[in-house]
Write a protein that binds this ligand. Structure first.
Ligand code: PFF
Length: 452
């Protein structure tokens, strides 16, 4: 397809909100607090910060750069930038294709719970500060097969409907409105949580490290979270990069996205942990944490029902930006490689996810007994994508850029053909992706999988 025919982001702000919309999502509000809670708090937070800055950011920079250079979907991009005859690099794109489907299969389920909570919040059903009552409401939802599936499908139809409109009229138009709104609401929530009686205990948990909790699995989880948060190693950032304008300053944009995304996670942590301690919840409660804490925080404040409803509405909305970016990976491959119309490609992708999502949606009810390596479908998809496919994709991208693509090309493309004076920075990125990032990802991955 000629470049001029290809859809893309239309402004620097559009690039920023769409990319941030991909990074910010349930990962910040659901995964980050529950993983931080389950893995001991501040020590985990430090590991996550280090993984984000030393590994996540360099990978994000080179991944978006590859996409913008090739101006194609995840698979074709590797065909375009790899040297002649080295066809195998496109396997990274196919791995990303698979990873995006696996992530969507469980992500859409959690998003479905959030949607259901919008209505539960409105009806007052979850207006409680009692952990037991909150727990029962959440269990009732996830163990109901019909409810779980219906909500998952609602989410899929909605996102599929948006993705059909394309990159500028679908993804960019929607994220422009939603991303700023999310920031405002999180600030309101933090304000409330910080003024609760037990706030300092929660902040201490989040900010004073206990290194005794750190194990190889915890380190792998922190790295996996860094990849998941920044949507890396699976062609999402590459696909989005392919829609960046030619003069976009990639290192600056990606750094901004990383910082904004970290702030959202920290704000979510600040909103949630003080409340966890104030209301006597268990910080290690896992994925259900958010679904119990948030109602308690809002129930305890004036106008709680309204705020609670708005919060779940906005979390639902935040999940949309991330899901759009996940959907764009397979949709772009289907359109550009198989000549499918955008509508057909979106429909096929949604149907595939609905099928793959069945065991995940039922993993707390009818399909609870279906386990592999002791994990149900929901946890298996999550583990496989965040802890295996994304880091492996990340290593391969680093090896490709560090050892095949090379410094001169990297300099040319990241400096926009010499327009940007950022050579020392590019050299730093190159060293990180050539040595530090692939080595540390490999060691952490093998260790975490008990293979080392
Ligand atoms: N970054 C998103 C979040 O934190 O919720 C999740 C995600 C989106 C992961 C896109 C991977 C991806 F390709």
């Amino acid at each position: 397809m000629a470049q001029s025919d290809r859809d893309g982001f239309t402004s620097a702000f559009g690039v920023l909100v769409a990319t941030l919309g991909s990074a910010v999502g349930l990962g910040n509000i659901w995964k980050f607090p529950s993983l931080t809670g389950a893995n001991g708090g501040a020590g985990f937070l430090l590991l996550y910060l280090a993984s984000t800055v030393l590994v996540g950011l360099p990978v994000m920079i080179v991944e978006t750069m590859l996409g913008r250079t090739a101006r194609a979907n995840a698979v074709t991009s590797f065909e375009t930038v790899a040297p002649d005859g080295q066809w195998w690099w496109k396997g990274i794109g196919w791995m990303g294709f698979a990873a995006s489907l696996f992530i969507l299969a469980f992500y859409s389920e959690v998003a479905g719970w959030v949607y259901a909570y919008i209505f539960k919040a409105m009806s007052g059903e979850i207006a409680t500060v009692d952990p037991k009552v909150a727990g029962r409401a959440f269990d009732g939802l996830v163990s109901d097969p019909v409810g779980s599936l219906t909500w998952q499908w609602v989410v899929l139809v909605l996102c599929g409907g948006i993705i059909m409109f394309g990159v500028s009229k679908g993804i960019e138009a929607v994220t422009r409105k939603l991303v700023p709104l999310l920031f405002i609401l999180l600030l309101v929530l933090c304000g409330r949580s910080l003024t609760l009686p037990g706030a300092t205990q929660g902040l201490a948990f989040l900010f004073s490290p206990d290194f005794s909790k750190i194990t190889p699995v915890v380190i792998m989880t922190a790295l996996g979270l860094a990849f998941f948060k920044l949507s890396l190693g699976m062609g999402t950032m590459l696909t989005y990069g392919s829609y960046f304008p030619d003069d976009q300053n990639i290192p600056a944009t990606t750094t901004r996205v990383m910082l904004a995304d970290l702030s959202v996670s920290l704000l979510a942590g600040i909103a949630i942990f003080p409340a966890v301690f104030a209301f006597g919840f268990e910080p290690a409660a896992g994925p259900s944490l958010v679904f119990m804490i948030i109602p308690a925080v809002f129930t305890s404040m004036p106008g709680g029902t309204v705020f609670m409803t708005i919060f779940f509405l906005l979390t639902a909305i935040a999940s949309i930006g991330a899901m759009l970016s996940l959907l764009e990976v397979p949709v772009a491959v289907l359109c550009e490689r198989y000549g499918m119309k955008r509508g057909t490609a979106s429909l096929c992708t949604i149907l595939a996810i609905a099928l793959l999502g069945l065991p995940a949606a039922l993993s707390h009810s009818a399909a609870a007994h279906l386990t592999l390596f002791g994990l149900n479908a929901f946890d298996l998809y999550d583990f496989l994508s965040s802890n295996v496919l994304m880091p492996v994709g990340g290593i391969l991208i680093c090896l490709f850029v560090g050892w095949v693509y090379g410094l001169p090309e990297l300099e040319r493309h990241l400096s926009n053909n010499g327009d940007l004076r950022n050579r020392p920075l590019i050299r730093g990125v190159f060293l990180l992706v050539r040595y530090i990032a692939p080595l540390s990802i490999a060691v952490i991955l093998l260790n975490g999988l008990k293979l080392l």
